[in-house]
Design a protein around this ligand. Structure first.
Ligand SMILES: [Zn+2]
Ligand SMILES: [Zn+2]
Length: 256
């Protein structure tokens, strides 16, 4: 399984892109950077998108992707919680700011939204996927993904503290986890349900108690202005836990 980091940040600039990962060129996790990172050919190669939740930085490129697909008579399956479908239908695909790609073209709409339920596994293009409830400020799903060859990763999407117990039994080889802000914002992270390195350390320690070891960890959703501080604090966590923790960057490729 090849995982490409399209967006490693929670704000966008010339040098940073919003949340998004690409698996084996066909499966996308979150849609904050799908059109800004992929060529038209790569966009048309996508077979499915899994959305963690409806916050802007995770869904922003869907209307632009919809237009690419629409103009090429193509369509795509989008998997997400029913709350996410409701929010996107109300705010994006209501016919006001872009075409309603969930209904157009008639008979073969661009986007087919498929609701997922936490704990209920599904097969998508040969990948076994299990959505897991994540503690965030709106309903949010993380995804356990097992490739046709048996490689396993877990992607948290946005999350606050308290998820380790929900995923330790999955034993992924790779954990792609959000770490948004440095330790001095831990109180902010607690109330807004995001992680700091300190909160990540507590989660990984709790995870290790159940699973016995800590998988390789890639941190995403970094707040770019504080990136150096975040990297320093995460390297201290890695050294205390004797764990392999790397900050993600746009264009990073991981092979399992
Ligand atoms: Zn969020
Ligand atoms: Zn976010």
């Amino acid at each position: 399984m090849q995982i490409k980091i399209l967006g490693a940040h929670n704000t966008e600039s010339r040098d940073s892109r919003l949340a998004g990962l690409l698996i084996d060129d066909i499966l996308a996790l979150d849609a904050g950077s799908l059109t800004s990172s992929l060529s038209f050919e790569e966009q048309l190669r996508l077979k499915a998108v899994l959305l963690s939740h409806h916050h802007y930085d995770h869904v922003r490129d869907l209307p632009a992707l919809g237009m690419t697909l629409y103009l090429n008579s193509s369509s795509l399956d989008v998997y997400c919680l029913s709350d996410t479908i409701e929010a996107l239908s109300a705010c994006f695909f209501n016919g006001m700011i872009c075409k309603d790609f969930t209904r157009q073209p008639e008979g073969k709409p661009v986007f087919r939204f498929i609701p997922v339920s936490p704990g209920v596994g599904l097969e998508v293009r040969g990948y076994h996927i299990t959505p897991v409830n994540m503690p965030h400020s709106v309903p949010s799903a993380g995804y356990s993904i097992t490739s046709p060859n048996g490689e396993r990763l877990f992607y948290t999407g946005d999350t606050g503290a308290g998820f380790a117990g929900n995923i330790a039994h999955i034993s992924p080889q790779l954990l792609i986890v959000e770490v948004t802000a440095p330790n001095r914002f831990t109180a902010f992270g607690h109330s807004n349900k995001h992680l700091s390195p300190m909160l990540l350390e507590a989660e990984l320690s709790a995870y290790k108690k159940v699973a016995g070891c800590i998988p390789r960890v890639i941190a995403v959703h970094l707040h770019a202005p504080f990136e150096e501080e975040l990297k320093e604090e995460m390297s201290q966590v890695a050294s205390r836990l004797k764990a392999n923790i790397s900050p993600a960057h746009e264009g990073m490729v991981i092979t399992l």
